[in-house]
Design a protein. Structure first.
Length: 638
C-alpha cells in the first residue's frame, strides 16, 4: 500500500515552508514602509569593513541550551545499542585450530548461531555421532565464504547464523569447529559465543566443550540487529578502537588514529558492546550542538536565533544518524566548529588591543584545528578557510593602524602574531598528530618511557602510514551502490543506506544518512543569499560563512575517488550558520513577525525530523509507511 498523494503533499509543504520563509525574509530586508531607508540606500554605498562584534553568553542562554542538550541527549542515546555483548572469546591458533563440543544424546540440530570476534577467516563446521567419522556441513553461500561459518572483515562483532546448504536438521553427538585460514595468514581467530538450537527451537546445553563458547548464553538474541551487532564502517573504526584497547596494531590505518582512540574510551568505560563503541560519537554529536549554540550567540547576539539555529542542526538527519554510528566522521565536525568559534573570537579582537589577550582565541583555534586534523584529514580543508579569515584580519588591522597613523606599531605586532600563529597552526598540530600515533607504537612494543618519541623507527612508521594513506585515498577506484557526487549532496539526492532489516512480514527497520530537506535545500539557498549580502551590503559575517562553506565543499569537486553523502556533513554547519544569519535579519527587521517566521521554519524542520525518525533510528515500522510516505524520490534508498 502506497500513498503517492501524501508524499507529494509532504514535498509541496516542505517547499512551501521554505518559500514562505524566504518571501518574508525578502520583505524584511526591503526598506521599511513609511521610512526614508530607500533614499539612504540609493545615495549611500556601503563600505566593506572586516569588523565583527563579540556577543558573550549570558544567563538567559543557560535554560535554552540546557533544554537542547537534554532533549537531544535523550533522543540520541535512546536505543543506541545493547549494553551487553559476549566479552570472552575462544582463540583458535595454528597450535589449537579446532575444538570439539559434546551434545546430549539424541540431539537434532536445526540452527547454529555464533558471535564473531577479531580477525578474518572461516570455521569448518562438522558433526559426528561417534567422534571418529565426521561430516562437513557445506556452505550455502560459497561465493561469500567457503564454509558454513564465515568470519569476513564485514562480519566482525556480529551475531550470525551458520549458512548450511539444504540442511533442515542433523543428528549429532559431537560438533567440531576448525579454523580455516589462508596459507599466508598466521593470525588467530576469535569466536565469542556459540548457540546451538534443537528441533524444538530451544538452546542446547553442551555436555562438554570450550567454556568460552558457552559462558554467556543469556546474551544470545533472537536475531541479529544493529542493537547487538556492528554495521557498515563500524567494522573498521569500531574494530580499530578495540584493537587500540588491546594494544594490537590496527587493521584500519587510512585515517589518523585520534578518532579511534576517542571511540576506545567508550569501549574502556562500557566494554566491547554496541553502546560502548557508539557512545563517544553520540556524546560528541550532542556536544557539537552546544558548541554551535555558543558560536551563533557570539556572532549574532540573540538567544532566540542561537536557539533556533542550533535546533536546525539538531533536527538535521545527517547529524543524528552519523553521530550514532561508530565511525570517525563526528569528531572532525565537532572540532571544526570549535576552530571556527575561536577564530571568530579572534576576528572580534581590536588591532591595537592587548596582544596577549588577542592571541588566546587564536591559540584555541589552532589547538582544535590540530586535534581535528588528527581525527580526519578533512579538517585540513577547514584550515584553508581559517587561513583566509586570518589573512583578512591582518589586512583589516593594517588598514586600521595605517589610518590611525601608526603603521610601525602594526609591523611589530604582525611579526609577533605571525610567529605565534606558526606555532599555533603548524607546530602544535604537528605535535598532536605525532602523539596521536602512540597507540601504533605501543602495538609495536614501543613505550613512551622507553624512548618511543625519540626513536627513528617510530617516525619511520608514521611516515609510511601517511604514504599508504595518501596512496589509498588518491588511488581508490572502487565503486559503491550508494556513492554520490557533490552536486547530489547539495540536492540531497543520494543518501547512503547504512542498515536495513525486515524482522516480520511487511515490517522494516532501516536508516540512511542524508539531510533534512528543509535544512539542506534552503540552507543552500541561504548560502546564495550570503553572496547577495556580500556584494550588495558588504556583509563581513556573510563572507566568513561563505569562506567556511566553500573550504569544505570545493576540495571535493576535483576528487575522483568514490565519495558519499556523509562527506557533506561538515558543510551542513555553514548551511545552518547561513540560515541563522537570515534568522537574525528577520528578528532585527521583522520584530514579532520576523520571530514567528523564524520559529515557523524551525518547527517545520522539527516536524520533518519526527516524520523521518523511523528511517533515521532503525525503528521497526510498516514498510508501506517508508515506501509510501518517506521515499520521496527513487534515488533515496530507504
Amino acid at each position: 500500500m502506497t500513498f503517492p498523494n501524501l508524499t507529494y503533499l509532504m514535498i509541496a509543504l516542505t517547499a512551501l515552508s521554505g518559500a514562505l520563509f524566504f518571501s518574508y525574509y525578502v520583505r524584511f530586508v526591503r526598506p521599511r514602509d513609511g521610512t526614508l531607508e530607500w533614499i539612504s540606500r540609493a545615495v549611500t554605498r556601503p563600505r566593506f569593513r572586516f569588523e565583527f562584534k563579540f556577543h558573550p553568553m549570558a544567563r538567559v542562554d543557560i535554560a535554552p541550551l540546557a533544554i537542547i542538550l537534554a532533549l537531544f541527549s535523550f533522543i540520541s542515546f535512546f536505543k543506541l545499542g545493547d549494553f551487553t555483548a559476549p566479552q570472552t572469546f575462544y582463540r583458535f591458533t595454528e597450535a589449537r585450530d579446532s575444538t570439539i563440543i559434546t551434545l546430549p544424546e539424541g540431539t537434532s540440530v536445526t540452527k547454529v548461531m555464533f558471535y564473531t570476534g577479531l580477525w578474518i577467516g572461516d570455521y569448518r563446521l562438522e558433526h559426528s555421532q561417534d567422534g571418529l567419522n565426521w561430516v562437513e556441513l557445506p556452505s550455502a553461500l560459497p561465493d561469500k565464504h567457503p564454509t558454513a561459518m564465515g568470519q569476513s572483515h564485514a562480519d566482525l562483532f556480529k551475531w550470525r547464523t551458520a549458512d548450511m546448504l539444504n540442511i533442515l536438521a542433523f543428528d549429532a553427538r559431537f560438533i567440531r569447529l576448525t579454523m580455516v585460514k589462508s596459507q599466508n595468514d598466521s593470525k588467530p581467530l576469535e569466536l565469542g559465543e556459540l548457540a546451538i538450537y534443537d528441533w524444538d527451537g530451544k538452546l542446547v546445553t553442551p555436555v562438554d566443550g570450550a567454556k568460552e563458547l558457552f559462558d554467556e548464553q543469556e546474551l544470545i538474541p533472537e536475531r541479529s540487529t544493529y542493537m547487538n551487532s556492528m554495521y557498515f564502517d563500524e567494522i573498521y573504526h569500531g574494530r580499530t578502537a578495540y584493537e587500540t584497547v588491546r594494544n594490537i596494531y590496527p587493521y584500519e590505518t587510512v585515517h589518523p588514529p585520534l578518532g579511534k582512540t576517542i571511540i576506545s574510551i567508550g569501549i574502556e568505560l562500557f566494554h566491547m558492546t554496541p553502546f560502548g563503541w557508539r557512545v563517544m560519537g553520540t556524546a560528541f554529536g550532542v556536544a557539537m550542538l552546544a558548541a554551535l549554540y555558543v558560536l551563533i550567540k557570539n556572532m549574532f547576539g540573540k538567544t532566540s536565533v542561537a536557539l533556533c539555529g542550533t535546533l536546525l542542526l539538531g533536527f538535521d538527519f545527517m547529524r543524528f544518524t552519523q553521530t550514532r554510528i561508530a565511525t570517525v566522521d563526528t569528531y572532525p565536525v565537532f572540532f571544526i566548529i570549535l576552530a571556527y568559534l575561536f577564530m571568530y573570537r579572534f576576528l572580534t579582537t581590536e588591532g591595537d588591543g592587548d596582544w596577549r589577550a588577542n592571541m588566546r582565541p587564536l591559540f584555541l583555534s589552532g589547538l582544535f584545528f590540530g586535534v581535528g586534523a588528527a581525527t580526519k584529514w578533512i579538517v585540513i580543508y577547514a584550515g584553508f578557510g581559517l587561513l583566509v579569515m586570518y589573512i583578512a584580519k591582518l589586512v583589516a588591522d593594517y588598514k586600521y593602524c595605517y589610518e590611525d597613523g601608526s603603521p610601525g606599531v602594526y609591523s611589530l605586532r604582525v611579526v609577533k602574531t605571525l610567529a605565534v600563529t606558526a606555532a599555533f597552526f603548524i607546530v602544535i598540530p604537528v605535535i598532536i598528530y605525532i602523539l596521536s600515533y602512540i597507540p601504533f607504537g605501543r602495538a609495536k612494543d614501543m613505550t613512551v618511557r622507553g624512548g618511543m618519541l625519540w626513536n627513528v623507527d617510530y617516525y619511520r612508521m608514521i611516515w609510511n602510514v601517511q604514504v599508504n594513506t595518501f596512496r589509498y585515498h588518491s588511488g581508490l577506484q572502487a565503486t559503491h551502490p550508494y556513492s554520490s557526487t557533490w552536486l547530489q549532496w547539495i540536492a540531497d539526492a543520494r543518501p547512503i543506506l547504512y542498515y536495513t532489516d525486515r524482522p516480520a512480514e511487511g515490517m522494516k527497520s532501516t536508516f540512511s544518512a542524508f539531510g533534512n530537506p528543509l535544512v539542506w535545500w534552503f540552507g543552500f539557498a541561504a548560502i546564495v543569499a550570503m553572496f547577495v549580502r556580500v556584494f550588495r551590503f558588504k556583509d563581513a559575517k556573510a563572507l566568513i560563512i561563505i569562506i567556511g562553506y566553500l573550504s569544505q565543499l570545493v576540495p571535493w569537486m576535483s576528487i575522483s575517488r568514490v565519495v558519499f553523502a556523509y562527506h557533506y556533513f561538515p558543510s551542513t554547519i555553514f548551511l545552518v550558520l547561513a540560515l541563522a544569519h537570515l534568522f537574525s535579519t528577520c528578528v532585527e527587521r521583522g520584530g514579532r513577525e520576523g520571530r514567528r517566521t523564524m520559529i515557523g521554519f524551525t518547527a517545520s524542520a522539527g516536524v520533518l525530523f519526527a516524520l523521518f525518525y523511523p528511517v533515521l533510528s532503525g525503528m521497526v515500522v510498516p514498510e508501506s509507511y517508508i515506501k509510501g510516505v518517506l521515499k520521496w524520490f527513487p534515488s533515496w534508498p530507504l
